[in-house]
Design a protein around this ligand. Structure first.
Ligand code: HGY
Ligand code: MN
Ligand code: MN
Length: 409
């Protein structure tokens, strides 16, 4: 392993200690920990020779100008926010690795004939606000006024949170770049799945990012006294929601590779001695094919409403996110596979069941993604782990990719 690979491991460990919740890793949109993370990573960008800025939406942007007249820009990056109690690689790897790769090229005296921007997006996980990709949407000029009305758990709108952070008025920005000035967007990310481990490969190339739909189901019944209300007279919203959760699990389980997840369930104002009058649950549905994803979600919502009727409940459906399946650029992916073969000997192409900022960037410029093996395919968990050896392979692939891209310009 080279000196820069050891540095990559150290930086990821250090960044993994920047959290809003002592004892576990959590960084959410524009939180104090996100400010500290931007400050730390921005310092690493400067040490690697990049100029650094933070935009009004909290995105961290490091830029390495090329001396080449008329040069275009290659975007590399990922997100710096995390889920709650996260692992230290999801997102962070795709921001820190490109910085180390540029430091490696600088130490070799390599100058690229294109500008490079390393991006640390401020929000991809949709933990604080239900509509994901706030950072990359703003960077690509796709953040909408409707997004600004999203509310967090403390009932603050996205607009209020951004204006409080920027200490000035905010309107959704135009795209930071015109597509004619871009070579593409390239994201390195842990696989968050079992394929590379099963194939005994350190890295793989992503073909497509799965279709994804999320929303909120609210079951309403009638609150009542837990001790005096006979079972046959109850309209228990949580019991109805629970019946739906079991249905959703069986429904998706019978239709692989469809996946459906109820990640949160909440009884507003609930108490142990009160029959739940209301229950709110999230649903996240994914599939490689858009039409199948949409049809599955529609059937799940119909079943939720059927279950509600059978139990004299009411069920409301509110969609919160929808992203179509997003193919990576065949051209960029072919070039990336060439670097993977040069370093790893063979290249495997695989689909991404996880969503990534590339879903948003793909509307502006061609995208490519490199996956890095993670132990047991585990992610969104503190035990998330990518080995130093695999990180070394990924770093060498990215350096090779940048050098080859440069040689062709
Ligand atoms: O949910 C996802 O797929 C990503 O981790 N935000
Ligand atoms: Mn994630
Ligand atoms: Mn991620």
């Amino acid at each position: 392993m080279g000196e820069h690979s050891h540095q990559l491991v150290r930086l990821l460990d250090e960044l993994g200690r920047i959290t809003d919740e002592p004892g576990r890793l959590t960084r959410t949109f524009l939180s104090p920990a996100m400010e500290r993370a931007n400050h730390l990573v921005g310092g690493w960008m400067r040490e690697a020779g990049l100029t650094v800025r933070e935009d009004e939406t909290g995105n961290l942007i490091g830029r390495l100008e090329s001396p080449q007249a008329g040069a275009k820009t290659l975007l590399l990056g990922s997100h710096l926010d995390t889920v709650r109690n996260a692992g230290r690689f999801d997102g962070a790897l795709g921001v820190v690795l490109p910085i180390v790769a540029l430091a490696e090229l600088k130490s070799r005296g390599v100058t690229l004939p294109f500008h490079v921007e390393v991006l640390g997006f401020s929000e991809e996980e949709a933990v604080r606000f239900s509509g994901a990709y706030i950072g990359s949407k703003a960077f690509t000029g796709r953040l909408r006024v409707a997004d600004l009305r999203l509310r967090d758990a403390r009932n603050h709108t996205l607009l209020e949170v951004i204006e409080a952070h920027a200490e000035k008025r905010y309107t959704p920005p135009k795209a930071a770049h015109h597509k004619s000035n871009l070579l593409g967007y390239f994201e390195v990310h842990i696989e968050q799945g079992p394929v590379l481990e099963a194939k005994k490969l350190a890295v793989g190339v992503v073909s497509t990012i799965a279709s994804q739909a999320r929303g909120r189901l609210t079951f309403r019944g009638k609150a009542g006294h837990a001790g005096t209300t006979p079972m046959n007279l109850r309209r228990d919203a949580l019991a109805g929601a629970a019946e739906f959760v079991i249905f959703a699990e069986a429904f998706a389980g019978a239709r692989p590779p469809l996946v459906a997840t109820v990640g949160t369930i909440n009884v507003p104002g609930g108490a142990a001695n009160v029959i739940p009058g209301e229950t709110v649950l999230s649903i996240d549905v994914r599939h490689p094919d858009d039409a199948i994803c949409d049809a599955a979600l529609a059937e799940l919502v119909r079943q939720a409403q059927r279950t509600a009727r059978q139990r004299q409940l009411v069920c409301e459906w509110e969609p919160t996110m929808r992203h179509s399946a997003t193919p990576c650029s065949p051209e960029l992916t072919k070039q990336l596979a060439r670097s993977v073969r040069a370093v790893q000997g063979k290249s495997l192409t695989l689909m991404s069941g996880a969503g990534h900022d590339g879903v948003v960037l793909a509307a502006l410029t061609p995208i490519a993604m490199l996956f890095v093996r993670c132990r047991d395919g585990l992610s969104h968990h503190p035990d998330e782990y990518a080995s130093p050896k695999d990180l070394d392979v990924a770093l060498r692939v990215v350096v090779d990719f940048l050098e080859r891209l440069g040689a062709e310009k």
